[in-house]
Design a protein around this ligand. Structure first.
Ligand code: AMP
Ligand code: MG
Length: 402
């Protein structure tokens, strides 16, 4: 059974359960997802603040004004403005009562000890009290992922403890008789070094998540079943690398079914990565990933990251397609499957230019070095030529849920 990857992903994202929540210090919450809104502790700005260095005045006037006193940031509004005077004021300082605007110092001239407004600007150069946020108003809603700007907002409103969602625990099982640990003794030849574990771990780190349990299994059904049962006891997401297909030595599917997982989809119309399978046991998920490195890369970004973000309570979103221009040749569009062609995207002349990577096969990891995006070549469509517009998916985590 094969299904459209977009439909499968959309329905699995819908089925993803809401995560638990925990409280933590806001300063440590970079990358976390808010489970309770953050509200403003007071009005912002806290007073009517000057946007310029200049003079606070009651209104624009042709009359010369005597300069009386000085307001500096952090010292409050001071005494009310005396009619017929101006108050020296600096950026960020509060206007005195009776002042309606600020005249920047570039727009005045001093005549003796009197000030004259030379250029009358319509702009009052004031940030009015409460214009950016009112006391009790939500400044960060539930579901917000906390980046640098959001941490700065927490600091502004003085929030120390916040409620965030818990991150899913991700177990990763690497299968294959031919796979050896990268520091294992012995010559690679018939055997190959495990690169998928680093690919998975590093990809998860990009969204601030991590593998919490990592093991290796030989291509034996009994052993795969035992490990799957054991690892599934203690995670929200179980990733299995390799053995996802239907060959005699592929046991991921059988082991997951034996452990009580039911497949939402198995075999998707994508290239590379067709054997990928998504399975569920209650609120737990498992994704079987084909072992070849480029298939792994594509399946991680198409399915694993969106599901892990959903399990962390981020607003549901599938991969976002962006528009670019093909900057080299691609080939081999299959009639039934959407192809994701690894590419290096670079911004030039107001366009994303997409240089296709070498893609000899889904085993060609070296060809993919430097890839930061995947070009989407729709099933059955004509092969685009260099200079043609194409859609692509960024591999940058910032775009995974934008
Ligand atoms: P499989 O999906 O198990 O049929 O694996 C397909 C191919 O992917 C294998 O023949 C290996 O060349 C490669 N492969 C499987 N597991 C890994 C791994 N952990 N690291 C690197 N390559 C792998
Ligand atoms: Mg295998």
């Amino acid at each position: 059974m094969s299904a459209s990857w977009e439909e499968v992903l959309a329905s699995c994202l819908q089925l993803a359960a809401k995560p638990a929540t925990e409280s933590m210090a806001g300063a440590w919450a970079l990358g976390r997802v808010l489970a309770r809104p953050v509200v403003s502790d007071r009005d912002y700005p806290t007073g009517n603040l000057s946007m310029m260095d200049g003079y606070a005045v009651a209104a624009l006037t042709d009359e010369p004004l005597r300069v009386e006193g000085e307001n500096r940031p952090g010292t409050g509004p001071g005494a009310p403005l005396i009619p017929g005077t101006a108050r020296r004021i600096f950026t960020g300082a509060e206007l005195p009562a009776g002042a309606g605007r600020v005249v920047p110092q570039e727009l005045i001239a001093m005549e003796g000890d009197r000030l004259r407004i030379v250029t009358k600007s319509e702009d009052p150069f004031v940030r009015p009290r409460g214009s950016e946020g009112r006391a009790g108003e939500t400044v960060l809603p539930v579901g917000t992922r906390l980046g640098a700007v959001e941490l700065a907002i927490l600091a502004t409103v003085g929030t120390r403890e916040i409620e965030v969602t818990t991150r899913p625990r991700v177990a990763h099982l690497v299968t294959g008789d031919e796979v050896m640990g990268r520091h294992e003794r012995g010559e690679p030849g018939p055997r190959i070094r495990d690169s998928n574990s680093d690919l998975v771990a590093a990809t998860l780190r990009g969204i601030g998540q991590m593998v919490t349990d990592h093991r290796r299994a030989p291509d034996r059904r009994d052993e795969t079943c035992r490990l799957v049962a054991e690892m599934a006891a203690d995670c929200e997401m179980l990733l299995i690398s390799g053995g996802a297909s239907v060959g005699d030595h592929d046991h991921a599917r059988a082991a997951l079914e034996a452990a009580g997982f039911r497949f939402e989809a198995h075999g998707l119309e994508v290239r590379p990565g067709k054997p990928v399978g998504l399975a569920r046991r209650g609120d737990q998920w498992a994704i079987a990933l084909p072992g070849n490195p480029v298939s792994h890369l594509v399946a991680l970004h198409l399915f694993v990251l969106p599901m892990l973000l959903a399990l962390e309570g981020a607003p549901l979103a599938g991969p976002r397609l962006m528009r670019g221009v093909l900057d080299g040749p691609v080939s081999r569009i299959t009639p039934k499957r959407d192809t994701f062609w690894p590419t290096v995207a670079a911004w030039r002349d107001e366009n994303w230019w997409l240089k296709p990577c070498r893609f000899l096969s889904s085993g060609d990891l070296f060809g993919v070095a430097g890839a930061n995006a995947l070009i989407l070549l729709r099933a059955g469509a004509a092969v685009p030529l260099p200079g043609d517009p194409v859609f692509f998916l960024s591999l940058a985590p910032e775009f995974a849920n934008a």
